[in-house]
Design a protein around this ligand. Structure first.
Ligand code: DGL
Length: 258
């Protein structure tokens, strides 16, 4: 059986990329809800409905585990999804814990970049409340990066000018760690690096989620001997057009360079 990966769009490929690294012999089903992306600026109940529809479709394809490769979807729906389905469902959340640990040592702050919905959710507030004892965590929504990624627009000049404007209010020298709390953001890691002081770490939760997936498959004795085959779906329709498949492949190669 395949492992399902779900995101509102192409962001989840950044998590799939990490899974392919450590689980190269699994076969995957990647579902992007491209008809409804972006989730991050929409109302919670609307987004929840999209997620339940998508996961119902994925479940019909028979997956042995599902990764909700989207911070926004994880924060609004993971608990109810786990109640509904009996295969393992993994999520991803902003990597606040390692960020706080790293930054505290150097007496620096943490900047969490995510969608508005993720940042407004109680799940995120509770996470920060539990970990941020010295009040060093700040956050910023960057919906523009989701839009750039969905348009496959990685033009550095345009992205840099958007980021410069968005980051203008922050004194970046005060920060030790930037958390990529949206799975669309790792495509812009190299661009972000150009704007941040050299000693700022940029981290995301994707490697941790992939490691959890491996651990769960091993514990359930469900490791495969496949060949890393990936089938892609866009909002319930199998992707067969060679150009789109080629673009997805290019994203995986782009991530090799990050
Ligand atoms: N990739 C998603 C995340 O990790 C959300 C992007 C969006 O649909 O707004 O939060």
């Amino acid at each position: 059986m395949r492992i399902g990966f779900f995101d509102s769009g192409i962001g989840g490929i950044t998590v799939l990329h990490q899974a392919l690294r450590i689980l190269p012999h699994e076969d995957y089903l990647f579902y992007a809800d491209t008809l409804n992306v972006p989730y991050g600026e929409k109302a919670k109940e609307e987004v929840k409905q999209y997620i339940f529809d998508a996961v119902s479709f994925i479940a019909e394809q028979q997956v042995k585990a599902l990764v909700i490769a989207c911070n926004t979807a994880t924060s609004v729906a993971i608990r109810e999804l786990r109640e509904k389905y009996d295969f393992p469902i993994l999520g991803i959340e902003p990597a606040v814990k390692p960020a706080v640990q790293k930054s505290e040592i150097h007496r620096k702050k943490v900047l969490v970049l995510a969608t508005s919905l993720t940042l407004n959710e109680e799940k995120f507030h509770l996470l920060v409340k539990r970990l941020d004892q010295h009040d060093i965590v700040e956050s910023l929504a960057l919906p523009g990066l989701v839009e750039f990624a969905e348009r496959f627009d990685f033009d550095e000049h345009r992205v840099i000018s958007y980021l410069k404007r968005a980051l203008a209010v922050f004194d970046l020298t005060q920060y030790g760690t930037v958390v990529l709390g949206c799975t669309h953001f790792p495509y812009f890691t190299n661009t972000l690096r150009k704007l941040l002081p050299e000693d700022v770490d940029i981290i995301s939760g994707s490697a941790g989620t992939a490691a959890n997936l491996k651990r769960i498959l091993e514990a359930n004795q469900q490791i495969n001997s496949g060949n890393g085959d990936i089938v892609y779906f866009k909002s319930g329709v199998k992707v067969e057009d060679p150009e789109t498949l080629e673009n997805y492949n290019k994203l995986l190669l782009k991530l090799d360079e990050m």
